[in-house]
Design a protein around this ligand. Structure first.
Ligand SMILES: O=C(O)CCC(=O)C(=O)O
Ligand SMILES: [Fe+2]
Length: 360
């Protein structure tokens, strides 16, 4: 699959990539006090594969040669079901080396799994290990992977957040839109990478094909006040989770389980319902990395707590004072990825504490 994709998207440089998103109604992040869905205009653009004419658009792009058959098939699947599966996308050697680097980072204390009841060889899930482990960051920013998210949104996408873990999360069914919300709506995608063959009893990822077409359910829709969202997750469990369970029941949605082979990737839509199914046999591990991407140019926030993403809160050096050559010299992986230096810096270099110059 990966070889196929590399042929589909040869690395000819960043100029091949689509442009960043341009919101129809621009919003200045500095003017947003409480970042909840209702604080933003109801304005597009809607992602191209969520529009009513998406299938005609796919056919037209296929006909004019701007999409290959393989790309068109991925786009149709995304439109119809709200997810795609990329079989054997990452080869075994890559998985092994990234996992070994992650384990080494746990062993030497660079990465600290949350304290929880100890299970032999199975520490808890770690948020954003890519801040500390280079090979995880490279996997998040993998050009073939980002080419897929670029295709699905038709605009340039940026790697954003990672979660890595040894075992099933048993996380209740949800849409990521309440946790990683975008303005305009719908410009978030996640990919779930299996690091081993996933056993049916390990608590595989569960997802509901077609659920991406349900109306987005934000805190407002489920009656969670801003004070409740800021106080912790009680209201989430009491109001959001039952709301989603009822939506599944009322719409007759059927679960599917990602019983993946090592290296398979499932990419899900911003509004696809998913979670971690119950671990039926606690002896099975479920090694995986989840990577989240959003469209460059959108505003990313946390509807539940009403806060802007860390990406918008940083005190970044303005573009006029930024020395791109020095930044690329200090960060060779960014230079190798061929991305715009300032965009990289502003979007996540700041929060990762990247150096601006080789000497400082
Ligand atoms: O891995 C899982 O069980 C669920 C992960 C998830 O929901 C997420 O990362 O958004
Ligand atoms: Fe999620």
């Amino acid at each position: 699959m990966r070889a196929l994709l590399n042929r589909l998207w040869p690395r000819t440089g960043r100029d091949d990539r689509p442009k960043p998103l341009e919101p129809e109604v621009p919003v200045n992040v500095a003017s947003i006090g409480v970042a909840r869905a209702e604080s933003f205009p109801t304005a597009g653009p809607t992602p191209w594969l969520d529009r009513a004419d998406a299938l005609q658009q796919i056919a037209a792009r296929l006909a004019d040669g701007s999409l290959t058959e393989e790309q068109a098939a991925l786009c149709r699947k995304w439109h119809d079901d709200g997810y795609i599966v990329l079989k054997r996308f990452f080869p075994a050697e890559r998985l092994a080396s990234v996992w070994a680097a992650y384990e080494a980072a746990i062993a030497d204390g660079r990465v600290t799994p949350p304290p929880e009841e100890y299970e032999e060889g199975m520490p808890g899930r770690v948020l954003n290990p890519h801040f500390r482990v280079d090979s995880v960051r490279e996997m998040l920013a993998d050009p073939a992977m980002v080419a897929i998210t670029d295709l699905l949104f038709g605009v340039r996408t940026l790697p954003f957040q990672t979660i890595m873990g040894h075992k099933g999360s048993q996380q209740k069914t949800h849409s990521d839109s309440i946790h990683m919300t975008t303005y305009p709506q719908g410009y978030l995608a996640a990919n779930w990478i299996a690091f081993e063959d996933i056993h049916a009893d390990s608590g595989p990822l569960v997802y509901y094909p077609g659920s991406h077409r349900l109306p987005y359910a934000y805190s407002r829709e489920v009656g969670i006040a801003i004070e409740e969202g800021r106080a912790g997750y009680d209201a989430y469990h009491a109001k959001y989770e039952p709301f989603i369970e009822a939506a599944i029941r009322d719409n007759g949605l059927q679960p599917a389980y990602f019983e993946a082979e090592a290296g398979d990737v499932l990419v899900w839509h911003a509004n696809l319902l998913h979670g971690g199914s119950p671990r039926r046999d606690l002896r099975w591990s479920r090694k995986a990395l989840v990577c989240h991407y959003f469209a460059e140019g959108c505003i990313c926030y946390h509807d539940y707590s009403g806060s802007l993403s860390h990406l918008h809160l940083s005190k970044a050096v303005p573009r006029e004072q930024f020395d791109a050559a020095a930044y690329l010299a200090a960060n060779p992986d960014v230079a190798a990825a061929g991305v715009d230096a300032y965009q990289h810096y502003a979007s996540y270099g700041v929060t990762e504490g990247r150096r601006l110059r080789p000497d400082g």
